[in-house]
Design a protein around this ligand. Structure first.
Ligand code: ASP
Ligand code: MG
Length: 276
């Protein structure tokens, strides 16, 4: 999967702002782990070790540069140590304050961006990781389902990001004005990407999926579902709102307001047009 991502990134041949989601199932595993920790049934060491091993194995397969591997492992250890401490705290107090829940769930994305930035560097692609807290991606502060504050965030992001560099940003969360991690709702990386595209007035918003595009029906129910080549903003927003799983319901509006084209692309078949 990561190799496909590298290829897709290379094909752009221009500086990008890349927003990443968690690896498959990681967010769900984090949710389960929080519950177990609350019941004092989580072995935090084992859990965190398993997540770390998945990342290290991927890195070992894709990064040959010694220095980059060392840097990666060092920062990974720091992040995993924090994550483990949060779980131990929950086991200790047998409760999960909302701010901690959001902080923990953001680790799926935080580990993805850390991995991808090192993999891309080892591929010779000049890039850096940019965290929402450092960029000032500000939200309304609602835990679990926050909305981006576009006025403040646009000002901050335009100051922090330069046009001629590639950045990797973990999706799924922004920061309250008190600096707390606030999640943007399940599937929220799409919305992160769309909010960031809007803040930067991007040329285009490409949402890379592992399906061929927006389908005419749920393929689990309708065998003959076909890819819809194009939708208006209003149609896409409405379908997302009514539960089309491919898009987070808030994704379309930020792009629509600034007339930014949105494309759904398929990592399995990157040449394919997908849905616009
Ligand atoms: N990883 C988060 C989730 O599973 C966000 C996303 O996938 O876009 O909800
Ligand atoms: Mg996802």
């Amino acid at each position: 999967g990561i190799k496909k991502v590298i290829k897709a990134i290379r094909n752009y041949n221009q500086p990008l702002v890349i927003v990443v989601s968690a690896f498959y199932c990681v967010t769900n595993n984090l949710i389960d782990a929080v519950q177990l920790a609350k019941d004092d049934k989580l072995n935090a060491d084992d859990f965190v070790h398993a997540i770390g091993t998945q990342k290290v194995n991927t890195m070992l397969e894709l990064v040959s540069d010694k220095q980059l591997s060392i840097e990666f492992k060092c920062e990974l250890d720091k992040r995993l140590h924090k994550l483990k401490s949060y779980f131990l705290g929950i086991s200790f107090i047998k409760d999960v304050p909302p701010f901690l829940y959001d902080e923990i769930l953001s680790y799926g994305e935080r580990l993805s961006s850390l991995l991808l930035v090192h993999v891309l560097k080892s591929e010779g692609i000049d890039c850096s990781e940019a965290l929402p807290e450092d960029l000032g991606l500000i939200t309304d502060g609602e835990f679990g389902n926050a909305t981006v504050n576009f006025r403040l965030s646009a000002e901050n992001l335009n100051q922090k990001l330069s046009n001629d560099k590639t950045y990797i940003i973990p999706g799924f969360y922004g920061i309250s004005d008190e600096g707390k991690t606030t999640l943007l709702g399940r599937g929220g990386s799409d919305y992160s990407a769309s909010a960031i595209a809007a803040c930067l007035n991007a040329q285009c918003l490409d949402l890379w999926k592992d399906v061929p595009g927006f389908l005419s029906a749920d393929p689990r129910i309708v065998d003959a579902a076909v890819v819809v080549e194009s939708l208006t903003y209003a149609e896409a927003a409405e379908l997302a709102y009514f539960g089309a799983k491919i898009l987070h319901p808030s994704t379309i509006n930020p792009a629509r307001e600034r007339n930014i084209p949105v494309r759904l692309k398929n990592t399995m078949d990157p040449e394919d047009e997908g849905t616009i």
